[in-house]
Design a protein. Structure first.
Length: 206
């Protein structure tokens, strides 16, 4: 009897220890991902050459926020932009808490960041978030146009971009650092975990 009871306790402790390890490993993984993501955004902030994006469909989350760090954005008429952070219980990222109010104004930035407003390509162009629009069958023309940039003075482009970005760069790095800290906190929160579970459950029953 004693021996059997000891085995049961041992099994329970082992199970608890395993759960503990899973929790620790999970936290470590989340911290690693957060660090990698922070470093990725920092690269975009400090990148010395032109950053040009071509969007031919839906852009969601960081696929939207990082575009504010690009120098030129071309989008098809079918593209749209959405940041459903609060639906998932996440923190806004990609420096959007700083860049979006500057680009869209406080009110529309609030629609995007708080309410997950879906912005179409035409509206994005009107706000200056998108440089130019193109039809889906004009992709080759877009690439040909971008190739003409190679004929411009690279030294001049680099010098201009250095000064354009100089004044905001320190602020953006600070914003990214703070967003990354709070994003990690949100990812580890029970609110986020429950929302993801509910979303997966809903999709599995569709």
């Amino acid at each position: 009897m004693f021996r059997r009871k000891w085995n049961v306790k041992s099994s329970t402790k082992s199970s608890e220890k395993t759960k503990c390890h899973h929790r620790i490993y999970g936290n470590d993984l989340e911290k690693t991902v957060s660090t990698v993501f922070r470093d990725f955004i920092n690269i975009l902030i400090t990148y010395p050459k032109l950053l040009i994006a071509v969007i031919n469909g839906p852009a969601i989350g960081v696929g939207v926020t990082m575009l504010a760090l690009f120098d030129m954005v071309y989008a098809s008429h079918e593209a749209y932009f959405q940041t459903p952070f609060t639906r998932l219980g996440l923190m806004a990222e990609g420096c959007s808490t700083y860049t979006f109010p500057k680009i869209f104004g406080k009110s529309k930035a609030g629609d995007m960041l708080y309410l997950g407003y879906k912005m179409n390509a035409l509206e994005a162009k009107q706000y200056g978030f998108v440089s130019e629009l193109y039809k889906s069958d004009q992709m080759d023309e877009v690439w040909r146009y971008l190739e003409t940039l190679s004929k411009l003075s690279s030294e001049s482009i680099l010098a201009i971009k250095r000064l354009v970005n100089k004044w905001d760069q320190k602020i953006l790095l600070e914003v990214n650092a703070q967003e990354s800290i709070e994003l990690l906190e949100r990812v580890q929160s029970s609110d986020f975990i429950e929302r993801v579970k509910n979303l997966m459950f809903t999709k599995s029953n569709m």
